[in-house]
Every structure is written in C-alpha cells, then in structure tokens.
Design a protein around this ligand. Sequence first.
Ligand code: ADP
Length: 236
Amino acid sequence: MPGTAARSLSIHRQGSRREWPVAVKTRIALFGPPGSGKGTQAKYLAECWELRHISTGLILRQAIAAKTSVGRKAEVYMNKGDLVPDHLVHQVVEDSLGQVGYDNFVLDGYPRRLLQAQQLDKILGERGRHLDMVLLLTLPTEIIVKRLTRRRVHKLTGEVFHLDYKPPTGIDPKLLVLRPDDRRDVVWERLRVYRAQTQPVEDWYRKRGLLIEIDADGSIDEVHERVDLALAGGSP
Ligand code: ADP
C-alpha cells in the first residue's frame, strides 16, 4: 500500500509563489529535541498537506486539563521532564491512528523510545502499512534553551507565543503561562532524556534510510519551507 498522495505544492520563494503537483508522503513521524519547533511545524505540515496532526504531548496535556485518569497519571512524569510510561501513550496513539484509518498522519512526539518505535511498527505492520518518512529537526542546545524558557502559552486558547520571536501583543499577561516543563531546570532534564531515549530511535530510522534531517535554525516560515520541500521529495 503506497504511502503517497498526489497534492499540489505551493511555495513562496523570492516574492513569487510556485505551484506544482507532487507525490507527498502521507505517513510521517516528526522528530526533534524539545524546542526545535516540532509542534509548530507538525501543525503547519498537517494543515498544508491535509494530514492528521497527532501530538502525544498535546493529547496528554489535554488529558491533564480534563483531569482524566490518564492525565492524572501522566502529569507527575511530565512536570518533572520525564517520559510518560509507554502503556499510557500507546493507547493514545493507537486510538488516534485508528481514527484516521492508519493513513494521512503526522506523528509529533511519538515514537520517543525504541520500544515505542517497535510498537508503532507493529500497529502499522498489522494493517500492511509502515512509516514513509521520518523528519528530524536539528538545533544547537543553546538556542533550544533560549526558545523554551521564553515560550509562553495562552491559558485559554493554547496558542503558543515567544517573548522574543512571536510576542503576545495586546494579550493580558495574566493569561500567559510558562508550561511547567519549560522551567529551566526541567528543560535540561528533557534534553537529557531526549539524548538518552530518543536519539537511539533517530539512529534506528537513519539506518533504515527513512530519516531526513532539517536545519531548524531559522524563522518559522523558513523551516516550514524546508519541511515542505523534504516532504515533496526535494532537498531541504
Ligand atoms: P517536547 O517535545 O517539547 O518535550 P511534547 O509536547 O512533545 O514537548 O511533550 C511534552 C511531554 O509529554 C514530554 O516531556 C513527556 O513527558 C510527554 N510525552 C509526549 N510524548 C511522549 C511519548 N511518546 N512517550 C512518553 N512521554 C511522552
């Protein structure tokens, strides 16, 4: 079952817009250390290419806000910067993938450790499917720390701002919160966990020839364009 679909690529370059039909990959996992802009890019990618954005972090945060039993269990781990136990995440992913018929999705934040990658292979393999492409956003650590500790989230809408790069103009400061896991000490812990647990997953996909690296140092639009090109088979 081919994981591609004919879509039209529209890219702004040097003031002009170009459109051409391309065969895009439709079963994608997006990787990147915390702060690499993974969530933002996954959202754009999903909108642009009509894919379902499946963010395990977002789903877990919604579960925490709704005080569900999964949310209550996940919260303890997330606030420390640790990974949530696999069985909690697995159910979330299996449900979300099932809703889209195991096609046309971009996974954001999953798989995050080798066992999860194997579980994902199993879920897809049982339906005659596999991941088509794994995109990795890369960024130096000092930029990561600056990005995360100055990130703010709108308490009611969930919109993400940045005090330097995307200032929340005209918004009541009381409505803007620092994610508990964006505190400086927790950010370092998340980076440590990423190196220990998730980098081996990157290597695993690299060896299978599925991984494409994208430089995530740039404006949101620049990175978005690189991601688009990678998806359409060009060079990022
Ligand atoms: P970031 O990638 O910036 O850390 P996310 O929103 O993807 O942000 O994840 C936030 C937190 O949610 C993680 O630190 C972790 O505690 C939890 N989480 C998200 N996805 C997973 C996963 N696949 N496995 C375990 N924990 C996860």
